[in-house]
Design a protein around this ligand. Sequence first.
Ligand code: ADP
Length: 391
Amino acid sequence: MENAILVLNAGSSSLKFSVFNLLSEGRLRQSITGQVEGIGTAPHLKVKDGNGQNFIDVHWQTTEVANHAQALQHITHFLHTKLQHRQLLGVGHRVVHGGPDYSAPLLITPAVMIKLDIITPLAPLHNPHNLAAIRAMMQESPVLPQVACFDTAFHRQQDTVAKLFGLPYEYYEHGVQRYGFHGLSYEYIASVLPAEISMGRVIVAHIGSGASLCAIHKGRSVATTMSFTALDGLLMGTRAGSLDPGVILYLLQQQGLSLKQLEDLLYKQSGLLGLSGISNDMRVLLDSDEPRARLAIDYFVYRVSREIGSLAAAMGGVDALVFTAGIGENSPQIRQLICEQATWLGVDFDAAANQAGAACISRADSRVTVWMLPTNEELMIARHTRTLLGL
Ligand code: ADP
């Protein structure tokens, strides 16, 4: 019988899961990944084995999987029938927001759940789904230990000055701070940096449908582009990134947008989708001849390039640039466009290595080295869960 850890990552309409087998010497092997998508609309379970081969693909009626608890029941049923030779020893959950106090993963207890409920208004679009998955799991398997891993935790060690807004200080004390997200991804990347840059000043570009940059010095987060919410910073698939707050006032006061309309505009209708009017998917835009597709790509690259300069300033320089996540890992074209804008920083880009999908994509004598490193947030959660449970 092999021991295993289950990792759960609950989104608004999806529940992703991974099973990691516990091997000797602290190693973990991802043996299964899957997700229930379309919860409450067109539910659908897809599962792949450790080699990426599909081995299950099921569609249900809407009412059969109307919420996260039902999705979890299907997942645990699947795990019970398929994983009879493995024993689950713990569950690691992604929790997007840990508020001002949680700067490390922690074992979930009823007291922690009360605290997480208090934090929920800081991340109303994310944390309720994360907590729903935890509650459902507690009900399914009350004795199985569960661990919360926060996307904000990696950034909590930043200096106070990096976490401030220019609002009256009382707001900071009441939790209106720059938190930053994608922390599990950055922590994972920090753990796999090549030895020659691991103690240096590194800018990591986590660019997928959500996108942010993080300045990491000696393995610690120094500054990051997302802040109070995952709306700040770069242009994203459907999010606008940094805006003059005056735009919000104008939309509310002069254009009469309701709060719901404003939320939809900022989270779902802006970004690459809103600028191009075509798609939120970078692949579609790169394949398009439409001028507005090009405009959206140009603005995306421009924003990343400007923020690279800002983060270099926050660290007093930069030794390496790392690309990761959906766009960062899969688009040589976007990596090239960004690197061409970073020549002034000392980036000497190697176009052939980039096209070949090499890990190092700068020339041998480049002052700033450039890398493409795949992220693995699930593995980071499994590692934390294993450590915290002493497995
Ligand atoms: P998230 O985890 O934030 O949902 P991902 O990191 O999985 O997002 O990134 C998904 C995005 O990556 C897609 O929306 C798509 O725009 C982009 N992407 C994936 N493959 C490619 C590619 N080959 N070229 C350009 N963009 C890509």
